[in-house]
Every structure is written in structure tokens, then in C-alpha cells.
Design a protein around this ligand. Structure first.
Ligand code: ATP
Ligand code: MG
Length: 449
């Protein structure tokens, strides 16, 4: 089916912009109503019956044309927000800068947006759009969208696909191209730079050179984005199954420093453990998502911020006891981070737990190992140990020890604890450190070789 679409495209001049929209008829694309959610279809029908135009638009059309399964569907219409509200009892207008309407259909939540128009809207001195609520028609709406592949419209009248910006050609060539003048469009909304990286990574598309070029210059305008919005964007960057590729592109386009300045500084210094820890975490996150296992932003943030915490902690430990140094370092790094992305409490607390447990997991004497296993965050903290070891950090075989401890029966667990030898620093004199003797009965991997 995709082949047929692409054959059509190559057989025809696709300079959609000059000649009006390219309209693909039903038999020349692969979108079927069966792949569209019942809620979105119903909303489109109700809007049409109400005398309005309604199209499926955005990521839904893009992903369907690529043969994928969209995670949600957006509807574009010429009905104004108030008119949409009159048609749907469940409709709620949200957003100020960019008003959209959320319509609930059973369990589904569909975003319905009124066509945007051309305008000289309110902007800051730096060119950032303050509001984008001037309305227009489908064509002007297409021009206001971010990337050509996100500006394709699917209609229930004749089941056609409408392309005003060359999005079909770019889909075929696997190219991400911003609509209009790249620098202006990024300045209007700097988050578009993060979206560029996200779509390129997720779809495996290359960023067209002119679309890529201004990112290095304009990147710092991300500092003007409210931390709460950046937090949401960070989730989209790392929780969509392509975190590894996304992270690489964020570094390549020098955007990481505008999101996680502390982390970026450590990575820029060439710290290979830090780079390894974060890459291992991203790879692991992608794997878990592919296996439909849960992932939490707390873990991802724990990994991203751990390197700067470690560095600060080492500095502070020269002046104060280790646990106080850890707490203070954590607080300082979190404080800096909150100026860039917010971290809601429901993630902040588990992130701190994961960090605190890194120290505690090494202390396994007496009944501690059993108690630690009962800790709510044990599993995440243990996974974090594995990530640290995967990055090449030497932890005396701590990960293997815990892997085994969880797998064996109680008797064997007791033996493992007994075999740990004397707890380092258990005596009165904490300053006296003795080298751990090499012993033949050590658990494999436990020796720091
Ligand atoms: P996803 O698969 O992540 O949902 P999406 O393309 O659907 O991708 P949304 O954030 O759901 O992304 O936005 C829906 C559509 O709205 C986009 O496809 C794009 O056309 C438009 N859009 C979203 N954000 C912007 C923006 N910052 N600037 C311009 N257009 C945007
Ligand atoms: Mg979407």
C-alpha cells in the first residue's frame, strides 16, 4: 500500500504549495477507517452534521501513512471553540496561548483544534508567539503547523488525504522539514526544536539541513519556556521508545544543556561513566517500553541527575560526613534543575529514594539485606545499581550479589550475608579503613579486580 502511495508521488509533480493542495484519492493511500479510533470518527461525523468541516490531522495521519498505530488522534475543524462546545457536552476548552478543545468519547480523549490563520500575532521582542488564536481555513492551518509530515489532513468526504506543504514527499524521503522560515518558526515556539529531535529519533528520519541549521543558535531560547512545559516535553522525549536515539540527537544538536545544564556539563567534560550510565538507562527504558513494562520518569531523572550529584557530593564530602554531603549535593542539583524543568513531587520523592538506596544497598549486614528488599523502591534502586555497573563503575560486584540474593532461598541468603565479612567501618573508629582481604569463597564478581 505504501508502495502504491509512493509510486503515485513519484509519478506526479508534488510541488503542492504552488499548485494548491495535492489531494490523494482513496485508492492511492493506505488509510482505512478501520484504523481510526471510533471516538475520532464520531467527532468528525458530528462536526460535519453540524455543518462544519472536520479532518483528521497531525501525528495520527502521519503514523497511519507510515503504516503505524497512532497513539492518539487529533481533529482539525473550522468550528470555533465555542461552537465545538455547543456540539459536545463533554468538551472542555484548554490552553490560553493556543486554545484547543478536549472532547471525551467514552474512554477516549480527542483533541479538536480550530483551523489557525495567518496573522501578526502578539510576540515577545525575541519573536516568541504569545498567543495563536487567530482563526483561518485548512490551508492557513497547514502553514501554522510545525513540520510538513505533521500537516496532512484526512477527510471522511471521499476519504482523501490533503497536502499543502509537501508532507507526502517528505514522508516518502523520510525527511523532517519545518514549514516556513526555520529560524522564525523556532523563535515563535522554541519547543519545536525539541519536537524536531523527537520526531527524527522516533521515526528514524533525517532532519533536512535548513531545518537543522538554526537549532544551534536558537537553542538557548528554550530558557524562556516555563519549566512545567519543558518537563512535559522531556517525558515525550524519553518515554516514547526511542530515548536512546533522542538523547544522542539532543547532544548532537547541543540542546541537552538547555534542558539539563548540570548533566551536560559533566558529559562535556568527557566523563565516560556518566555518559555510559545515561545511555544504559535510555537503552533500558526503550527495551522496557518495547516489552510493555512500566517506566517511570523518576528513574530517568535519577540517572540524568546522578552524575552532577556525584561530583558535588565528592566535593562536599571533604568538609562534612558522607550522608550530609549526599543530601546537600542532591538538594543543590535538584534546585538548579527546577529552574529548567519542573519535577513533580510524585517523581521527585522516588528519585531521591533511588539515590539514597544506592548507599544503603552496599550495607547488607545483619537483617539489613532482608529489610532493604522490602523497601518500596528496592527494585528501582537495584536496577539503578545495574545501570551504574553497566556504565563501567566498579561496585565490588554489588549488582551480582543482589541478583543472587533475590534468587536463592533463605538459608543461602544467610550464608551470603555471613560471607560478606566484617562490615567496613563497623568499628568505633570509622576513619580506619582496612583493605578487604581477597578470599577464595567470595561470590563470583564480588571482588573488585
Ligand atoms: P505525537 O505522536 O507525539 O502525538 P503529534 O504530531 O500528533 O505527535 P501533537 O503534540 O499531538 O504531536 O500535536 C498535534 C499536531 O499539532 C502536530 O502534528 C502538529 O501539526 C501540531 N503542533 C503541535 N505542536 C506544535 C507546535 N509547537 N507548533 C506548531 N504546530 C504544532
Ligand atoms: Mg498527537
Amino acid at each position: 500500500m505504501l508502495k502504491r502511495l509512493f509510486k503515485l508521488l513519484s509519478s506526479r509533480a508534488t510541488s503542492a504549495v504552488q499548485d494548491g493542495p495535492l489531494v490523494l484519492p482513496r485508492d492511492q493511500h493506505n488509510i482505512s477507517r478501520r484504523d481510526i479510533s471510533p471516538g475520532a470518527l464520531k467527532i468528525m461525523r458530528i462536526l460535519r452534521d453540524g455543518g462544519y468541516e472536520a479532518y483528521l490531522v497531525g501525528g495520527g495521519v502521519r503514523d497511519l501513512l507510515l503504516g503505524g498505530h497512532p497513539k492518539d488522534f487529533d481533529v482539525g475543524t473550522n468550528a470555533k471553540p465555542e461552537q465545538i462546545k455547543r456540539l459536545f457536552r463533554s468538551a472542555r476548552i484548554i490552553g490560553r496561548r493556543f486554545q484547543i478543545v478536549h472532547v471525551r468519547m467514552g474512554r477516549e480523549l480527542i483533541e479538536v483544534t480550530t483551523f489557525r490563520g495567518h496573522h501578526n500575532a502578539e510576540r515577545t521582542d525575541e519573536g516568541m508567539l504569545l498567543r495563536d488564536n487567530v482563526y483561518g481555513d485548512m490551508e492557513s492551518d497547514a502553514m501554522r503547523r510545525d513540520f510538513t509530515i505533521n500537516a496532512l489532513y484526512y477527510s471522511l468526504d471521499g476519504f482523501t488525504v490533503h497536502d499543502y506543504t509537501g508532507g507526502l514527499r517528505d514522508l516518502k524521503n523520510r525527511t523532517l522539514r519545518i514549514i516556513g522560515d526555520p529560524e522564525t518558526r523556532y523563535k515563535e515556539d522554541p519547543v519545536r526544536m525539541l519536537r524536531a529531535v523527537r520526531f527524527a529519533a522516533k521515526l528514524g528520519f533525517s532532519i533536512e539541513p535548513k531545518t537543522a541549521e538554526p537549532i544551534f543558535e536558537v537553542g538557548e531560547m528554550l530558557r524562556n519556556i516555563p519549566p512545567a512545559r519543558l518537563f512535559e516535553e522531556v517525558l515525550k522525549l524519553f518515554m516514547n521508545g526511542s530515548a536512546t536515539a533522542t538523547f544522542q540527537l539532543l547532544q548532537e544538536y547541543q540542546l541537552l544543556g538547555h534542558l539539563f545544564p548540570g548533566t551536560d556539563e559533566v558529559l562535556q567534560s568527557g566523563d565516560l561513566h556518566a555518559q555510559g550510565l545515561i545511555e544504559a538507562t535510555m537503552t533500558n527504558t526503550d527495551k522496557r517500553i518495547r516489552a510493555s513494562k512500566p517506566v517511570t520518569p523518576a528513574f530517568i531523572y535519577a540517572a540524568l541527575l546522578w552524575p552532577p550529584v556525584q561530583i558535588r557530593e565528592r566535593e562536599l564530602a571533604e568538609q562534612m560526613p558522607p550522608n550530609i554531603a549526599h543530601n546537600q549535593a542532591a538538594q543543590e542539583v535538584i534546585g538548579q534543575q527546577l529552574a529548567h524543568t519542573s519535577i513533580p513531587k510524585r517523581f521527585l520523592i522516588p528519585m531521591r529514594d533511588i539515590w539514597d538506596l544506592q548507599h544503603r544497598l552496599a550495607k547488607r549486614h545483619g537483617q539489613r539485606a532482608w529489610r532493604l528488599m522490602d523497601h518500596m523502591r528496592f527494585r528501582a534502586a537495584y536496577d539503578f545499581v545495574l545501570m551504574r555497573e553497566a556504565s563501567g563503575e566498579k561496585l565490588d560486584g554489588l549488582g551480582d550479589w543482589w541478583t543472587k540474593f533475590q534468587a536463592v532461598d533463605d538459608e543461602e541468603r544467610q550464608r551470603m550475608v555471613n560471607n560478606l565479612g566484617r562490615e567496613p567501618g563497623a568499628g568505633r573508629n570509622k576513619r580506619r579503613r582496612r583493605r578487604k582481604p581477597r578470599r577464595s569463597d567470595t561470590t563470583p564478581g564480588e571482588q573488585d579486580s
